[in-house]
Design a protein around this ligand. Structure first.
Ligand code: UT7
Length: 318
């Protein structure tokens, strides 16, 4: 089996900052409520950016030290693409000139980056790619109902990218991933309904619907178990982990996971105060911003959870 390591990272967020105060001017909420219940203070939302442009800019930063022709595989985790076809990954491929790559999107919501990383790393492990670019890119500002205070305050737009490459000494130590479709209806973003010769449905654009408490319970239950399983597979003691980079959904979820694992909360990176929940983009954005804290050889845990419902944890060495 060929070894894999993280070669570089990149990120891109829209220019416009939407603060809690600004949201409070058009919906019945307050900065105090949002900060207390979530830890979020502001989020970025697009003005002239697109999912492809955010993903392309994050990708360009991650690949700035290599020739794009070296990239064999591009996977984008997104549930908010500009269009279903061509995929976001194919559009990014064209923008960065990675003409030797195969490119496709996957749909695993807030676990999308971890799922895509697992596919990319296994492709390198088995020799079908040497360099793989994994991107999480989302524009949730177009899929939230701006009249629903239970969801619109949570999400933000952005993209993060990680370049993985083949290496002699393997630095990706283990994964634990899972899905539970039985809980799928707790977090839903509908697509266009069927309309064909036989079936007629009314179509009006639909928005994210979420049972916030159910998703919260799921996250605080499943994430610590998943991290523990991944650490067991990696044969790494939790005390050896220098940094935990979790999906940035809610500060209270991160605190609960830290408490459940018996780990100092200061080892959990947080940037959700600035960006909110950027779904599939949140883990690579957080990793990009956290990397200044990491030294060569440091062991880290990345973990995502969300729509599907899905979850995933990865243990790696920087
Ligand atoms: O990527 C994964 C996606 N999703 C998640 O991770 C979400 C997980 N869930 C959560 O983070 C939390 O459930 C929320 C932050 C979404 C909500 O917090 P909560 O403590 O579970 O609040 P709640 O939904 O139980 O609502 C409590 C009260 C309600 O009022 P009443 O019925 O008690 O009078 C809500 O109407 O808070 C009210 N409320 C708000 N008030 C002010 C709900 N949203 C707001 C708001 N501002 N934005």
């Amino acid at each position: 089996m060929r070894g894999v390591k993280i070669l570089s990272t990149g990120m891109c967020v829209p220019k416009y900052k939407l603060t809690n105060e600004k949201i409070s001017t058009f919906i019945d909420t307050s900065d105090e409520w949002i900060v207390q219940r979530t830890g979020i203070r502001e989020r970025r939302i697009v003005t002239d950016e697109t999912t492809v442009s955010l993903a392309t800019n994050a990708a360009k930063e991650a690949i700035k030290d290599i020739d794009p022709l070296e990239i064999d595989l591009i996977i984008v985790g997104t549930v908010s693409p500009d269009q279903m076809m061509p995929s976001t990954a194919c559009s990014v491929q064209a923008e960065i000139g990675a003409t030797n790559a195969i490119a496709f999107d996957i749909s695993a919501a807030c676990s999308g980056f971890i799922y895509a990383s697992k596919i990319a790393i296994e492709a390198i492990n088995c020799g079908s790619a040497k360099k793989a670019l994994v991107i999480g890119a989302e524009i949730f500002s177009k899929v939230v109902d701006w009249n629903d205070r239970g969801t619109c305050i949570l999400f933000g737009d952005g993209s993060g990218a990680v370049l993985y490459g083949e290496t002699d000494e393997n630095k990706i130590l283990a994964f634990d991933v899972g899905s539970d479709g039985n809980l799928g209806q707790t977090l839903v973003l509908e697509n266009q309904p069927i309309n064909n010769l036989f079936v007629k449905n009314e179509y009006s654009p639909s928005f994210i619907k979420m049972d916030g408490r159910a998703v919260y319970r799921f996250a605080v239950n499943v994430v610590p178990k998943s991290i523990t399983k991944a650490l067991e597979k990696a044969q790494v003691n939790i005390d050896e982990i220098k940094l935990f980079v979790l999906h940035q959904a809610n500060e209270r979820i991160i605190s609960s996971v830290a408490k459940n694992l018996g780990v100092d909360i200061n080892l959990f990176f947080k940037n959700l105060d600035k960006y909110g929940n950027t779904s599939g983009a949140s883990v690579p954005i957080a990793l990009h911003e956290a990397k200044g804290k990491l030294k060569n050889g440091d062991k880290i845990v990345l973990a995502g959870f969300g729509g599907g419902l899905t979850w995933g944890s990865m243990v790696a060495q920087w």
